[in-house]
Design a protein around this ligand. Structure first.
Ligand code: NAP
Length: 425
């Protein structure tokens, strides 16, 4: 139940809900742009009049509350006595930007309504305490689940320092992801593929296995109308087999690609790849790329959310190691059959019902002729999800990326590492 800062149940009006919805919509404008910071929106209102609006555009730039205060000032409004609707608990520490709590207090805000509490236990609730001690009425929990869902990557990363992992695949109803001859384009219809673009935009990085690159030569970019952009692309390629003319290493976004190889690969192959993309040398686990090590490295990058787009062997590895958190499975009304046709989840499979992962919070909907089933993964035994071991600290060349802000808990050392980054070597 939503609560005021002193623990009493909060009562929100229709107007409160309306303004918080607007703040959430503003936050979403920065989809895919704020890494490793959360998306946050803010609206300032007094006597029913909207005085200012803002959202956090990018790490290192002003937070949503500051944007909204500046917007109000630009429009000639004072903000004394106003209510601030903010989708995430205001920050209370000095990072690359000063604390938003100070700015709200200085602006004379009299009430702060928040959707989600800062998930970082070191900070959660502290912003509320500071505001309340300054005499501001604070109420939290309005549309909290929407705000939490919006920042699923940040919420995980801030606690674990590894990205939140979503497995995405397009299946036939009999669980195949390609025909026995390897055809997989396209299993689902155009509407589902548009949804995939949105999923890509909501994640910091996309990962595939080398067999998918060899079979499909995917571009793994985001196409929206005529615009095309690229999140970071990660390839698992133990033996450095990635063809130099494949799209992910030769297109206009090649600088955004990381090929992850094992330690023993021909040096000329690696040198040729390094002319185009970033190459990371990873330790192996069971003869393949060690995914725990990789997630820890991606977390340091910092990548807060990872969309794993297959194929079946890669999905199986993430599931086997208990490293996936959510699924986005599309089902097309088709049947491919064939014992040898690639399966969406390959590998050895789970040995018993007791160890098989269980999907919770199932959400399903029709998308054109297809069905999208999204869910959260719960592992019934074995490895807890997303808990990395202590990773070996190595220095990697990484693609150029936005410098991390120090929001409500940037990774310790994230900024210092950023300073050490080298370009593709
Ligand atoms: N319908 C869909 O949504 C969809 C999506 C993607 C792919 N596909 C289809 O899936 C097929 C390819 O899937 P696939 O299962 O054969 O291969 P895959 O999952 O794309 O790639 C597996 C390969 O990745 C490498 N790898 C490195 N580290 C790994 C790790 N920790 N875990 C797993 N793999 C690791 C291994 O090769 P090395 O040992 O050589 O490194 C492994 O054989 C293609 O037919 C493609 O068209 C369909």
């Amino acid at each position: 139940m939503p609560r005021s800062a002193d623990g009493a149940p909060a009562r929100f009006s229709t107007a409160d809900t309306h303004h918080m919805r607007r703040a959430l919509a503003l936050a979403r404008r920065a989809l895919g742009q704020t890494r490793p910071n959360p998306m946050v929106g803010a609206v300032l209102v007094r006597d029913g009049e909207v005085l200012g609006e803002g959202w956090h555009h990018k790490a290192g730039q002003p937070h949503a509350e500051i944007e909204a205060l500046r917007d109000a000032a630009r429009k000639g409004h004072t903000t004394r006595g106003a209510t601030a609707y903010v989708t995430l608990e205001p920050c209370c520490t000095h990072g690359r930007t000063p604390p938003c709590t100070d700015a709200l207090i200085a602006a004379g805000i009299s009430r702060v309504v928040v959707a989600a509490t800062d998930p970082n236990p070191a900070h959660a609730g502290h912003g509320f305490d500071i505001l309340r001690n300054a005499g501001i009425q604070v109420e939290a929990g309005l549309l909290a689940s929407q705000a939490t869902q919006l920042n699923f990557g940040f919420n995980h990363w801030i606690l674990h320092r590894t990205p939140s992992v979503t497995l995405k695949a397009a299946f036939t109803l009999d669980g195949k992801i390609a025909t026995r001859t390897g055809e997989s384009r396209w299993i689902t219809g155009p509407a589902a593929r548009t949804r995939v673009m949105q999923l890509r935009a909501a994640h910091d990085a996309i990962l595939v296995g080398i067999q998918t690159v060899l079979a499909d030569n995917p571009s793994l970019t985001i196409r929206q109308g005529r615009r095309e952009r690229s999140p970071v692309r990660v390839l698992l390629d133990t033996h450095a087999r990635t063809p130099l003319d494949s799209r992910v290493v030769s297109d206009a976004f090649a600088q955004q690609t990381i090929v992850v190889t094992g330690p023993e690969v021909p040096s000329d192959r690696v040198a040729a790849l390094r002319e185009r993309v970033t190459v990371w040398t990873a330790p192996l686990a069971g003869g393949r790329i060690d995914l725990r090590w990789l997630l820890a490295e991606l977390g340091r990058f910092p990548i807060t959310s990872l969309l794993v787009e297959g194929g079946g062997e890669v999905h199986a590895s993430f599931l086997r190691d208990g490293l996936a958190h959510r699924t986005a499975f599309f089902y097309a009304p088709k049947v491919f059959g064939g014992a040898d046709a690639p399966r969406g989840i390959a590998g050895d499979g789970f040995q018993s019902l007791a160890t098989a992962p269980v999907l919770a919070n199932l959400r399903h909907r029709r998308i054109g002729p297809d069905l999208l089933v999204e869910a959260d993964l719960k592992f019934t035994s074995g490895t807890p999800t997303g808990e990395p071991g202590t990773p070996e600290v190595r220095s990697h060349p990484v693609p150029a990326t936005a410098a991390a802000d120090a929001p409500t808990g940037a990774a310790p050392g994230a900024n210092s590492r950023a300073g050490k980054r080298r370009g593709p070597g």
